[in-house]
Design a binder for this molecule. Structure first.
Ligand SMILES: [Zn+2]
Length: 98
């Protein structure tokens, strides 16, 4: 997906993914499980607590456990949540207070 057009007409460039408009919605339980998985694979000799293989493990874990792609429009703050069933994004706007 090279670009995404929001309902407010703002165009979001997604060519160089990941962009600041792209987010991943992760169930908290899955996030903790993924971090515990990394902890169990941690090499105590590493200066950084994760290396590239840890990052792959992390993303593979969350991708197979309900992670949801979200695009946030910086102009109108609308959230676009990816629906795997519909293979498209569904919009969620800020509720208006009357
Ligand atoms: Zn928008």
């Amino acid at each position: 997906m090279a670009k995404f057009v929001c309902s407010c007409s703002h165009i979001i460039n997604l060519v160089h993914s990941p962009t600041s408009e792209q987010h991943t919605l992760i169930p908290t339980k899955v996030l903790y499980e993924a971090l515990l998985s990394l902890e169990s694979n941690k090499n105590s000799g590493e200066s950084c607590w994760v290396d590239n293989s840890d990052i792959d493990i992390f993303f593979n874990y969350i991708d197979t456990h309900q992670a949801v792609d979200v695009i946030k429009c910086p102009k109108c703050l609308r959230l676009w949540v990816h629906s795997p069933e519909k293979k498209t994004y569904e919009s969620f706007g800020k509720e208006k207070v009357s």
